[in-house]
Design a protein around this ligand. Sequence first.
Ligand code: GN1
Ligand code: MG
Length: 371
Amino acid sequence: MENNENLNHIVFQFVDKNENTEVKPLGAGHINDSYKVVSGENEYVLQRVNHVIFKNVPELQNNILRVTTHIRKKLEEKNVSDIDRKVLSFIPAHDGKLYYKDEEGNYWRMMHYIKDSKSYDAINPELAFRGGLAFGEFQKMLADLPGGPLFETIPNFHNMEFRLESFRESVKNNLSGRLSEVSELVKELEDRAHDMTKAERMHREGKLPKRTNHCDTKVNNILFDDNDEVLCVVDLDTVMPGYVLSDFGDFMRTGANTGEEDDTNLDNVSIDLDVFEGYTKGYLQNAASFLTDVEIENLAFGAKLLTYMQTVRFLTDYIDGDTYYKVKHGQHNLERSLAQFELLKSMEQNFDKMQQIVLEAAAENRMKSEN
Ligand code: GN1
Ligand code: MG
């Protein structure tokens, strides 16, 4: 964390100096550092973008500019009210760039704070329904983004084959010497590896398209207003081409878990089928019109896949000695891996029900659109 004088100095690279400026830490992201800024009458979010992970911040910011400009245009065309709270808007630095690079090589950006907004780490079925509508709408709005595919801000980000390659490399190198502690979990993950890489195979066979995805559809990336209506989705660093099942799955991994992502009491962790159903219905209401049958048939698989992928990613980082995710203590990545694996097993046990919920919601939408 930076000291306040430094942070004020960064803020004034974007806006005029103001004696009355306060900067405080905000949120619980695992990668970037976020701060709430109050400067005179104005409120902002300042972020340091982790440039070890996001290696090309100028391209990343350019993606975000394209995405937010396009969404703003769509909202204007629909005469939506209160647009400034429904899409993020970034503040250019004094030199016109959408980021500021400090003397130490850190990248910073600033955006307007969305007033009277909140996010949830745990959600009920009704709010999950609204979240589903929001992410469905988000994908729909970006379906005709001009200018070709977005830049891949992290190459192979949700590519399970690639994630397994890195995992196997880490297992081989055992840099932290922690491998012997986790050999059982490594085996459990390897046993599932073939099933879990089917999306890449289907893509190569031309059966599964890539679309513009959010790629970090965590439940707390949805902002709600005081009446629990969705305002907008945030955290656009990873918006890039991907499979829709992966966006669907990442919400379920985070929103439809009865426990925490890093719960140490594994009895708390299971799939919440009511939240699963709420989100599915909302999502398909907006997305069914552009999804193929194959995409719909694989949404429930996406929930398993993203939970599996996150187990692999947390465990890889544990074996590497905690180099990627921020951790609160030395066992944190292991606790996260175990909790995610528990959720995966619960999804496996309930998979038929999950699949049925998706197919029924899709059939309902089809009937509605035919009438
Ligand atoms: C990271 O920092 P945050 O919370 O937005 C990660 C996601 C993971 C998530 C796990 C760039 O997201 O992919 O799913 O942690 N972001 C990156 O909670 O790796
Ligand atoms: Mg993120």
